[in-house]
Ligand binder design. Structure first.
Ligand SMILES: *Cc1c(COP(=O)(O)O)cnc(C)c1O
Length: 474
């Protein structure tokens, strides 16, 4: 494709031109995906440096669409992170299954506004169907409300907004109308290992991070029940939200839901569960015991773009109290009343956006492609591969697997902090695979997350070999 910022007017790319363009990007995207496992797992600094120049400058006039897209692909592709490939183990990052990837392309082509049943009835229907399937798979109450949000951060924010409504309504306070000025003080009891997105949600909701009553966590990151009891007693009669966790972001550990939820409810608290990736344990027979009792909570958030391997952006906020959910996130406007927009579930009433992407299509496609057994298999396979990593590494001299590998997360120490840092860097430099670092109980550790449908035993063995080579080198 040539670089022509031509001085002709913008013309619609229609008919065969658009068809050619979309076929070109389909072929280009497929070619990228076919060879993503052959290239480095992370781009070189030089490849990233080259992108700015390749993007060019803002042209004065229009450019033909085909040239624009060709230039974009040429500029960006050499610098992509191979997170859709089989040996990317950074953060908790899923790949993207074929059906939802293709459905995402259609979502873009259709460009539906999934705000309400008037802007797109079909987007509302598909979210309805996919939402019911999600509740079924995750073992959540059938009558829970749900919103298709952008990810775990938005899920925590929506659920905590519903929680804020619920606990303040119980105290006789209408937070949506009266705000927080003069409101009873809300306390948020949460483990020290909570995800940072919980704190950001508290900031955004005006509760502030000082509202947190921290609870100690055990060695694996689960909440300490005796300290939870102490924290609940400390909150006296304040309206209280308890944040529990399914899948600690380093270790993958789970809180003791039956005991923690019972204690919190005895206190009159609202229980929110952050299950960004760990909630998917509910979808597999081998891991379901880890989330036993979780359905007793009041709200739950999870991601689609992590373990379900839906492309970004995909997350879900569920709430056992639909009225609290809607009170926190819905609004009405003159152009919505009397128009039939109230006729059935309005997707935009359960999330933070109004005009929004039709997120139900990709989730439906992932669930339909995998089926119930396929989701279970994805979860169990990733867990088995995480154990394979742990077994392969624990055998090596000077290498310690620090966590109980209960899920898909593995934490590894190579002697001391310095050496661990050097090994992480050497593995990243090798391009063979990519895993990041973390600090856990004051120790620098390598963090491995197995979250992609594409990863095989051979990929794990090859990655262990890359770590062995890095150890020899540093
Ligand atoms: C990833 C994660 C989040 C945030 O999810 P995003 O999709 O990145 O917004 C929240 N909680 C936990 C435990 C996570 O792992």
């Amino acid at each position: 494709m040539t670089d022509s910022s031509a001085d002709h007017a913008v013309t619609a790319t229609t008919g065969s031109d658009l068809r050619d363009l979309l076929q070109y990007v389909a072929a280009r995207g497929a070619a990228y995906r076919e060879r993503v496992g052959d290239g480095p797992a992370f781009p070189s600094a030089a490849a990233v440096d080259a992108v700015r120049a390749a993007l060019g400058s803002l042209p004065d006039g229009p450019t033909p669409a085909a040239d624009v897209v060709g230039r974009l692909a040429d500029a960006v592709e050499p610098a992509l992170v191979a997170s859709t490939g089989p040996r990317y183990f950074g953060f908790v990052t899923g790949g993207a299954l074929d059906a939802p990837t293709a459905a995402d392309v259609l979502t873009t082509a259709w460009d539906q506004n999934a705000w309400n049943p008037l802007t797109s009835p079909v987007a509302a229907v598909v979210e309805d169907v996919a939402g019911a399937w999600l509740k079924d798979l995750l073992g959540l109450p059938e009558d829970a409300s749900f919103g298709f949000v952008t990810g775990g951060q938005a899920g925590n924010t929506v659920c905590l907004a519903a929680a804020r409504h619920g606990v303040l309504a119980d105290a006789g306070w209408d937070v949506e109308r009266q705000g927080l000025h003069g409101a009873p003080r809300v306390r948020v009891v949460a483990g020290t290992g909570r995800h940072a997105t919980v704190d950001r949600a508290l900031r955004l909701l005006g509760l502030g991070t000082d509202a947190v009553v921290p609870v100690q966590t055990g060695l694996q990151g689960s909440i300490d029940l005796a300290d939870l009891a102490r924290a609940l007693a400390d909150t006296s009669t304040d309206p209280t939200i308890v944040c529990l966790q399914a899948g600690e972001v380093n270790t993958g550990a789970f809180d003791d839901f039956p005991a923690a939820i019972a204690a919190a409810h005895h206190h009159g608290a609202w229980v929110h569960v952050d299950g960004a990736f760990g909630l998917w344990a509910a979808a597999a027979p081998a891991t379901r015991h880890l989330v036993a009792g979780i359905e007793q909570a009041d709200s739950w958030s999870t991601d689609g773009h992590k373990w379900l391997n839906v492309p970004y952006d995909a997350g879900y906020a569920f709430c056992a109290h639909p009225a609290a959910h809607v009170a926190a996130t819905s609004y009405s406007a003159p152009y919505l009343t009397g128009t039939g927009a109230e006729a059935f579930r309005s997707p935009g009433a359960y999330v933070l956006e109004s005009s929004r992407r039709a997120r139900g299509f990709t989730t439906w496609a992932a669930l339909r492609q995998l089926g119930r057994d396929g989701v279970a298999d994805l979860v169990e396979r990733c867990c088995a591969l995480a154990r394979r990593f742990a077994d392969g590494l624990a055998r090596l001299d000077g290498v310690t697997v620090v966590n109980d590998v209960v899920l898909n997360q593995v934490l590894v120490r190579f002697g001391d902090d310095e050496r661990t840092g050097r090994v992480i860097e050497a593995v990243q430099d090798s391009g063979e695979c990519w895993m990041g670092g973390t600090v856990w109980h004051g120790m620098r550790l390598m963090r491995i997350s197995v979250s992609s449908w594409l990863t095989t035993e051979a990929d794990v063995d090859r990655s262990v070999d890359a770590i062995v080579a890095a150890l020899a080198e540093r």
